[in-house]
Design a protein around this ligand. Structure first.
Ligand code: SAH
Length: 348
C-alpha cells in the first residue's frame, strides 16, 4: 500500500482540532489534553503524551507529524550570546530565526516567508528570490524548536525576520492567536511585535481584530521619493498615510507603535531628515509616549553599496527627535558576527 502523506498538526488551528481529531479521539477533553501536550508542554513525540491511551497515540502517529523541519544549523555569537537558527524546510528551503538575550529574558525574531517579495534595497532577506509563505505550523515550529533547544520559555516574539508578515496575513494572525491564548503558548500580547513595511489595509485589519500586539512600521525615509528609492515595491503608499495608519492603530488598540528608521550614511541621516521626520510625526499627531522611534544604524553587508552612518550623525539625529518631544532609541545590533542582525538574514 502506498504510504500516504501525514498532516503537519501545527498547521491546524487549535479550534479546528476538535473536529479534525474526532475520528481518533471521542471526548473533547482529550483533544484539550493533546493541545496541552503540543503547545504548553511542547512535547516533540506522540509517544510521550502519557495521559492519552496507547491506541490513540498510535493512531495519531500514523496520521500526523509534530515537526516539519528536516535540518537545522545553529550559530552562537561570541559577542552577545545571540543564537541564529537556519532551518531547512520540508521542501529544502532555508529560513532563519534568531534568539536574542535581553536582560536574561529570551526574545525570538522569526521569519514569515521564504525570501521576501518587497526586496528593500538594503536588506539581504529580499535578495534571495521570494519563494513562498511559511505555513502557520512552520512559523510556530521556529519558536517551539528554539524553546526546546534553550530549555526555556521565550518571553517575546518579534515578527521581524525574513519576509513581510502582512503579506502572509492569514497565517500571521493564526499564529498570534496561538501565541496569546492562555491555554496555548500564553505569551503576553505586549511582548509580541509585528513589523511591516506598511500595507495599510492589513495594518487596519490587525488593529480591528484587536489582538493587542505591538506594531512596528519600517518607515526609513522622510520623503516619498526618497522612500521609493530604497523600497521600490512600496505599493505607492504615501508616508503621511502610513503615519496616519499608525495613529489609527494606536487609538484602536491602545497598544504601542514603533517607527523603525534605518540610518544610511548620506542618504537619510541628515539634520533635515530628522527635522522632517519630527514634522511629519507632529502633523499625524503621533508624538506621544506610546510611539517610539527606533533608529537602526545600517548593518553593512557585502551585497549593497550603502554605508553605516557616522556615530556623530546617529547622535545628532537622535538629539533632534528628542528636542521635538519624540521618544527615541538607538537599536544595538545583535549577533553581528554570525550575520544575525537586522537585514543580515538571507543567503550570503
Ligand atoms: N518586512 C518587515 C519585517 C522585517 S523587519 C519589515 O519591513 O518591517 C526587519 C527590520 O530590519 C526592518 O525594519 C528592516 O528595514 C531592517 N533592516 C533591513 N536591512 C537592514 C540592514 N542592513 N541594517 C539594519 N537594519 C536593516
Amino acid at each position: 500500500m502506498a504510504k500516504t502523506k501525514k498532516t503537519f498538526i501545527l498547521d491546524i488551528e487549535t479550534d479546528k482540532l476538535y473536529s479534525i481529531l474526532k475520528p481518533f479521539v471521542k471526548e473533547n477533553y482529550r483533544v484539550s489534553q493533546i493541545i496541552q501536550w503540543i503547545y504548553v508542554k511542547k512535547i516533540l513525540d506522540f509517544k510521550l503524551f502519557s495521559n492519552i491511551s496507547k491506541d490513540i497515540r498510535g493512531n495519531l502517529e500514523s496520521s500526523f507529524i509534530l515537526r516539519s523541519f528536516t535540518d537545522v544549523i545553529k550559530e552562537e555569537s561570541i559577542l552577545d550570546g545571540t543564537i541564529k537558527y537556519t532551518f531547512k524546510t520540508y521542501d529544502n528551503k532555508y529560513i532563519y530565526a534568531v534568539c536574542l538575550n535581553t536582560e536574561g529574558k529570551k526574545t525570538v525574531c522569526i521569519s514569515t516567508q521564504v525570501g521576501c517579495p518587497i526586496s528593500c534595497k538594503f536588506c539581504l532577506s529580499g535578495k534571495a528570490k521570494f519563494m513562498r509563505n511559511l505555513s502557520r505550523g512552520e512559523i510556530l515550529e521556529e519558536i517551539l524548536y528554539i524553546e526546546n533547544d534553550i530549555k526555556e520559555r521565550v518571553c517575546g516574539v518579534l515578527f521581524m525576520g525574513m519576509g513581510e508578515p502582512m503579506l502572509n496575513y492569514k497565517n500571521l494572525t493564526s499564529v498570534i492567536k496561538t501565541l496569546i491564548s492562555k491555554n496555548e503558548m500564553n505569551i503576553g500580547k505586549r511582548h509580541i511585535t509585528v513589523s511591516s513595511m506598511g500595507i495599510i489595509p492589513q495594518i487596519k485589519n490587525l488593529a480591528n481584530e484587536m489582538y493587542g500586539v505591538r506594531f512596528a512600521l519600517s518607515l526609513h525615509a522622510t520623503d516619498d521619493k526618497q522612500r521609493k528609492k530604497i523600497i521600490s515595491n512600496n505599493f505607492d503608499t504615501k508616508i503621511t498615510d502610513l503615519l496616519n495608519t499608525c495613529r489609527y492603530y494606536l487609538k484602536k488598540t491602545k497598544s504601542r507603535v514603533t517607527i523603525e528608521y534605518i540610518l544610511l550614511k548620506d542618504f537619510n541621516d541628515t539634520s533635515s531628515d530628522a527635522h522632517r521626520l519630527a514634522r511629519l510625526m507632529k502633523a499625524s499627531n503621533i508624538v506621544n509616549p506610546n510611539v517610539q522611534v527606533n533608529l537602526i544604524p545600517y548593518n553593512e553587508t557585502n551585497s549593497f553599496d550603502y554605508k553605516s552612518p557616522l556615530q556623530v550623525s546617529i547622535l545628532n539625529f537622535k538629539k533632534i527627535l528628542k528636542l521635538n518631544g519624540i521618544t527615541v532609541n538607538i537599536r544595538e545590533p545583535k549577533g553581528l558576527d554570525i550575520g544575525a542582525a537586522c537585514g543580515q538574514l538571507g543567503q550570503k
